[in-house]
Ligand binder design. Structure first.
Ligand code: ZN
Length: 348
């Protein structure tokens, strides 16, 4: 016992020196990249601590359902699960105003049950959860831009695509995907990013953030008329962003024919012109048949095909770089199945 204890430090020192030498040669990096799956899923249980009222559809159970699917795929060696870092205030300020950040922090700290800016319930853990959700997308962008992952899925809540610079609404506090996109621009000098949003609701917050930006092509299929009411085809952006917003609204009952066609005949040629260097997905699965908050009829295999269309755009223009971010999806069983199809295609 004494002998092994006295051996342990020198053995550990030897291993540290050996791995340090390998890392200094770049061997360690190569080895770990070769051994880890190309798809990474970013998740932190801190996001379970955002707790709307018990009967609220945007519940922590959604992430439990998603992660059960993810752990199954991890067990098959299809992906690796990675812990993200929470967003810093500077990350949040890439998109949101300082006044809004202060408002969110103080309303959560004082125990309000709902954000004053919109229909978003909050709890004592919501600020940490919202920072973690935004930081999850930042971490995934880092992984994909540095080549640690080919693509990434962000298992996050609260969702983000309804949040604009100064206003949370529609269950969203911070606009996670917009923060990730701005991070890619600032940190890596990415000039053109595609955000494709297939959530059943229009991503009004994302549209507003990048309305006159020009660095993001925003493509959105959604149900209309439906919450939040925006997303007309006439909304196309302004200034540097003119033509960079593309909306494809469809009536209740729309599904495979309409939405896959919009992606193939609307998104693909637009991406061909725009040539994105990074592709991001606002992956909302409330456009799946049977979702309690939507009336679209997409199936799990339709989500796999949509994923394939977007992944092919990334392969052609963006070295395969895809960062997919969970938005809506409120049937727990349906969400788990749709995520399985989506990540299954990403990791193929
Ligand atoms: Zn939605």
């Amino acid at each position: 016992m004494i002998a092994s204890m006295s051996l342990a430090p020198s053995r550990r020192t030897f291993l540290q020196q050996a791995s340090g030498a390998l890392l200094s040669l770049g061997v360690g990096t190569l080895t770990s990249a070769a051994q880890s799956p190309a798809t990474q899923v970013f998740y932190d249980p801190a996001m379970l601590r955002h707790e709307p009222a018990s009967d609220h559809p945007e519940s922590p159970k959604r992430l439990d359902a998603v992660m059960k699917t993810v752990r199954g795929l991890e067990g098959q060696g299809r992906l690796s699960v990675v812990a993200p870092r929470p967003a810093t205030e500077d990350d949040i300020l890439l998109v949101h105003t300082p006044q809004y950040l202060r408002l969110v922090r103080s309303e959560i700290a004082t125990g309000l049950r709902s954000l004053s800016t919109g229909d978003t319930e909050i709890s004592s853990g919501s600020f940490g959860a919202a920072l973690t959700a935004a930081g999850t997308v930042v971490s995934a962008v880092d992984a994909v831009m540095t080549g640690r992952a080919r693509n990434a899925f962000c298992a996050v809540r609260p969702p983000g695509h309804h949040a604009s610079e100064g206003r949370g609404m529609g269950f969203c506090i911070f606009n996670n995907i917009a923060i990730g996109a701005r991070h890619a621009v600032r940190r890596y000098g990415v000039e053109r990013i595609l955000i494709a949003d297939w959530d059943v609701h229009h991503g009004n917050g994302t549209q507003e953030v990048f309305w006159s930006d020009g660095s993001v092509l925003f493509f959105d299929t959604h149900q209309h008329p439906w919450y939040p009411g925006t997303g007309s085809p006439a909304e196309t952006g302004e200034g540097k962003g003119r033509g960079c917003t593309i909306n494809r609204p469809f009536p209740a009952g729309a599904g495979r024919n309409e939405i896959l066609d919009a992606f193939r005949t609307g998104l693909v040629p637009a991406a061909e012109r725009f040539k994105p260097e990074l592709v991001m997905i606002s992956a909302g699965f409330d456009s799946r048949a049977g979702d309690p908050l939507g009336r679209f009829t997409l199936t799990d295999s339709d989500f796999a095909e949509l994923t394939g269309v977007v992944a092919e755009i990334a392969r052609q223009h963006a070295r395969g770089r895809v960062v997919s971010v969970l938005e809506g999806g409120y049937s727990l069983d349906g969400l788990a199945r749709a995520v399985d199809a989506h990540i299954g295609r990403l990791s193929a």
